[in-house]
Structures are given as structure tokens and as C-alpha cells.
Ligand binder design. Structure first.
Ligand code: GLN
Length: 474
């Protein structure tokens, strides 16, 4: 396929995406005409080729894409067309990639299963009765099914890494600030990161090279050049910390065993695996849900029926219009987060909840700082469980939140974290992927990707594909 024209690649991707859509529901929309036009332009252009030349990609529905419905999985933004394009999306386009369509997601990024999308959940290509994870559910499903060469997602507490793990693809959350958030519909601004999902780490790294780097439109974007392609390196002598807390209660023993086996493989490749402690891990979920919900309640205040998306008249008064719009526009999980976030920020409770959570957030970051005095990188499971059945947790928010136990710590500390496939577990009639999470010191994005790429050069786990992707290939 490497000497195929951009148009041939895009046509093949469109055909596959459309054919699988009835089963996967990975996309909220496909822009076949726009993608074909863009691919034809690329083929007609004789100048130097961009790093992502002709690669079809999916755009998570919370990344603004000019002229296209960018609804963040919310009924409140149904029909909302972005007036401009997010920096990350624009840079991917400028590097020659071709945007194929908008990927399904949990409303505003609230969720770990895709079931909070107002437009119905996506399904996992490894087992259509299961969730692909979330909130970048459509992005992960589309990459795993082989419909796109990569996808741009967002990761606030795990939304790129967890679906990557559950779908058997590679997913990377950069250091906070490494990729511009301009044009990313805000969930929790101190945690939100634009991330990348792709079939392998090399591809993730080339996309990150294109989209990262300083952006004057995002004041929290680090004043650094874009990430360079990680130099090939060996795993010899790399000190890998395995946190005891990431293999403890709440982690499916089959997941823990699979990740332990991967760590043994890494040892055989020359790495040194050391047991470490991250003692505040147990507090990560509660800390994350206080901080993230506080910020979400504030970010979502803008959806008042006046400026964006849908409007309900209510009783005709201004307040009535706002109440009616927000009550009918937001789904149950968004309303829950707004209620929780407003509560922890309210006078009388602010010190006890929000300020306390900020203090614990610092302790979690300090755990990592201490660990990185002894080890170069930290590795453990990405998700405590395998892909679960659709419907299994949707009535129990706490069970859903528990799935974020191992991804939220790196988010709270702003660290780069990568999930790579590390094996399959047989359950019933399905093989289900397990993800190995690599967490590096702040700013060590290239290093983490270089380690992940070295591991993939020496192993074959990332080559496993669901039967559905092979069938679509024919
Ligand atoms: N599952 C987490 C949540 O629901 C993380 C979501 C995300 O990273 N956007 O908040």
C-alpha cells in the first residue's frame, strides 16, 4: 500500500469505515467528499511531502474542525459547526494527513465506555458486545478496525490510554502542555491533553512530531519545539519501576499476569525491573473526580442556550430558557459532574474538598518525582480490567470511575504516558487485549516513545488484530 496514491488510500479507508460502521458506530460523521478532494489535491501537488502524507485519520468530536459538526458527543451541541480548526488538527492536515470523519465519544469526555455519548455507544472490534473504552471510544475502535491510520483524541484522566488498551492499539497522552489545546472543547483545563492513537508507537511518534510544539493561541502550551522522532534505542540498562499499587486489589489478576509477563520480556531485553511504591495511588480517583468535576462545572457554564448549540424556550424567561436548555441538553453524567463540581467549589465546602484535592494532587505528583530518582520510567497495567460488556457498568458510576485508577495519577501529575498492547486474554469466545502503560518524567515524551518503539521492535503484541479488521482487509 506504500506506493498507493493518497486518493487510493483514502478511498480504501472510506470504503472500510463505511462498511464497518453499522457494527462499530465509530464515527459521528464521515466527510467522504472533503477527504477525497483533499487526497486528490495532495496527489496533484508535486512539492515535498509532509510527514503524514496521505494518511487518513479520525478526529475526536471535541476537536474543532472548521465547518464540520463538532458536538463533543453532546445533544447540547448537536448541529454546532466549528468556526475554526483546532491547532492539533490543523497541524496534522498541514503535514499531509487527510481527515476522514468525526469519531464518537462520551459526552464532553465524561466516561470510560462511550456509553455517555448522546449518539449511542461505539463497539469494540474485538467483541462487538463490549465497550471499546472511552471517552475516545470511536477513535480507538476506528484505529483497531484498520479504518484509519491514526486518530487524534483527548486524555483528561485516561481517555486516550484506556481505549487504546481495551482495543489493542497504541495510545499516548503527552506531557501537559506539549500539544496545544487551542480548539479542544474544554473538559478540565488543568488536565486536558490532546493525544494520539495509532496501530504502533512509530506512527504515534510521527503524528506527535507533527502536532506538538509551542502555540501562541494556547498560553499553557510549553514554549518548546515539536517532539522529534525518537532515536532508535535499546532497552539495555533501562530502569523500569513497577509500582506495587498498580498490581494490587481491583486489578484483574489476568491483566496483572499479562503485564508481569511483559515486564519479564523487558528484562530479557536488558531492562532492569524494580518494585517501587507510589503511596498515594489509592487517592487518585477521588482527587481526580473532585478536581476534574470542579473544572468541568466551570467550563460547562458557557452552555447557556445563548451562545452555542441548542436552545429550549422553557417558560419564556431568561432563567427559564437557560434551565430548560441545560436540563434537556446535558446527559445524566454531565449533570452529575456539574452537580459534583459546583458542590466542591461552593462556599463552605471549597476548603474541605477542592483545596484538599489540590493538596493531594501535589502528593501524587511528589510520589512520581521521588520514584524518578530511582527509575527511568514506570510501567504497569493501563486499565485494571479487560474490555467490559456494554451495559455492565452504565448504571453504576462508581464502578465506572474505578476503571480510571491507573490512568488518573499521570494525568494529575501532568506526565507523559503511553499504552502499548502487551498480550491477549481469552474470555468466552473473545480474545481481549491488555495494555502496558509507560509513564515518564515531565517533558520526557520522546524518551517514553523511544522505549515503547524499542519494545515493539522486539515483540509482536502490537501486531495482533481483531478478526473483524482482517475480514475488512479482504
Ligand atoms: N474516564 C475519565 C472520566 O470520565 C477520564 C475521561 C477523559 O480522560 N476524558 O473523567
Amino acid at each position: 500500500m506504500s506506493d498507493a496514491t493518497a486518493l487510493e488510500r483514502v478511498d480504501a479507508a472510506l470504503e472500510r469505515a463505511a462498511r464497518l460502521e453499522a457494527r462499530l458506530h465509530a464515527f459521528l460523521s464521515l466527510d467522504a467528499a472533503g477527504a477525497r478532494r483533499r487526497a486528490a489535491e495532495l496527489d496533484a501537488h508535486s512539492g515535498p511531502r509532509g510527514a503524514l502524507h496521505g494518511l487518513p485519520f479520525a478526529v475526536k468530536a471535541n476537536l474543532c474542525w472548521s465547518g464540520v459538526e463538532t458536538n463533543a458527543g453532546s445533544a447540547l451541541l448537536a448541529g454546532y459547526r466549528a468556526p475554526y480548526t483546532a491547532t492539533s488538527v490543523q497541524r496534522a492536515l498541514d503535514a499531509g494527513a487527510v481527515a476522514l470523519g468525526v469519531a464518537n465519544m462520551d459526552e464532553f469526555g465524561f466516561g470510560s465506555s462511550g456509553e455517555n455519548s448522546a449518539f449511542g455507544p461505539s463497539r469494540n472490534p474485538w467483541d462487538l458486545a463490549r465497550t471499546p473504552g472511552g471517552s475516545s471510544s470511536g477513535a480507538a475502535a476506528a484505529v483497531a478496525a484498520g479504518s484509519v491510520a491514526f486518530a487524534l483524541g483527548s486524555d483528561t484522566g485516561g481517555s486516550v490510554r484506556q481505549p487504546a488498551a481495551l482495543c489493542g492499539v497504541s495510545g499516548f497522552k503527552p506531557s501537559y502542555g506539549r500539544v496545544s489545546r487551542y480548539g479542544l472543547i474544554a473538559f478540565a483545563s488543568s488536565l486536558d491533553c490532546v493525544g494520539v492513537l495509532a496501530p504502533d508507537v512509530e506512527r504515534v511518534a510521527s503524528v506527535l512530531g507533527a502536532i506538538s510544539g509551542a502555540d501562541e493561541r494556547d498560553s499553557t502550551c510549553l514554549p518548546e519545539p515539536s517532539c522529534s522522532a525518537p532515536a532508535p534505542r535499546s532497552l539495555q540498562g533501562v530502569r523500569i519501576g513497577a509500582p506495587r499499587e498498580h498490581f494490587g486489589a481491583g486489578v484483574d489478576p489476568r491483566v496483572a499476569a499479562c503485564v508481569r509477563a511483559a515486564l519479564s520480556e523487558l528484562e530479557r531485553l536488558g531492562a532492569q525491573v524494580l518494585e517501587i511504591d507510589l503511596p498515594h495511588t489509592h487517592a487518585a480517583i477521588s482527587t481526580y473526580y473532585v478536581v476534574a468535576s470542579a473544572e468541568a462545572s466551570s467550563n460547562l457554564a458557557r452552555y447557556d442556550g445563548v451562545r452555542y448549540g441548542k436552545r429550549e424556550r422553557g417558560d419564556g424567561s431568561l432563567q427559564g430558557m437557560i434551565t430548560a436548555t441545560r436540563s434537556s441538553g446535558f446527559g445524566a453524567e454531565a449533570r452529575r459532574r456539574i452537580a459534583l463540581g459546583s458542590y466542591v467549589l461552593s462556599s463552605g465546602y471549597y476548603e474541605a474538598w477542592y483545596v484538599q484535592a489540590l493538596k493531594v494532587r501535589r502528593l501524587i505528583a511528589r510520589d512520581f518525582e521521588r520514584a524518578f530518582e530511582r527509575v527511568d520510567v514506570i510501567a504497569g497495567p493501563t486499565s485494571p480490567s479487560l474490555a467490559f460488556a456494554l451495559g455492565e457498568r452504565s448504571a453504576d458510576p462508581l464502578a465506572m470511575y474505578a476503571g480510571d485508577a491507573l490512568t488518573t495519577p499521570a494525568s494529575l501529575a501532568g506526565l507523559p504516558a503511553l499504552s502499548t498492547p502487551c498480550g491477549l486474554v481469552r474470555e468466552g469466545d473473545s480474545d481481549l487485549p491488555v495494555g502496558l502503560q509507560w509513564i515518564g518524567p515531565h517533558g520526557a515524551d520522546e524518551f517514553v516513545l523511544a522505549l515503547g518503539a524499542a519494545w515493539q521492535r522486539a515483540s509482536a503484541h502490537h501486531l495482533a488484530r481483531p478478526a473483524l479488521a482482517q475480514e475488512a482487509q479482504r
